[in-house]
Ligand binder design. Sequence first.
Ligand SMILES: [Zn+2]
Ligand SMILES: [Zn+2]
Length: 117
Amino acid sequence: MADRRDIDNAREKIDDTPTIACSRCDREWDLAYELDELHAGNGALEQFALDHRQHTGHFPDDVTPWLAECRRCPDHEAFLSERPARRWAETHARHTRHRVVLQHASIDEPLTVEPTK
Ligand SMILES: [Zn+2]
Ligand SMILES: [Zn+2]
């Protein structure tokens, strides 16, 4: 009978599960749940960040969200990239005729999305 233990050992050594920290929660997580249970793959970090915000109201460390804020309603949404943030702003403006402001750490001036006529 072949001894398969060396193979298992080799597998255990591959410990590249990414981790993410949140200083507000004073905790660190690995993303095994996102990878194994949610099959989030490359989006594991984003999935974690969005879930973290949904359940705690804030993003974990090293995540700078795009914020889309309506000037008229108390409505605001946070996104991890520009595209969905812009899409939210444009659809909100389209349906409500409200002006929406987009903000992100990478831009100096907030972007304003005007409702289309
Ligand atoms: Zn947190
Ligand atoms: Zn609005």
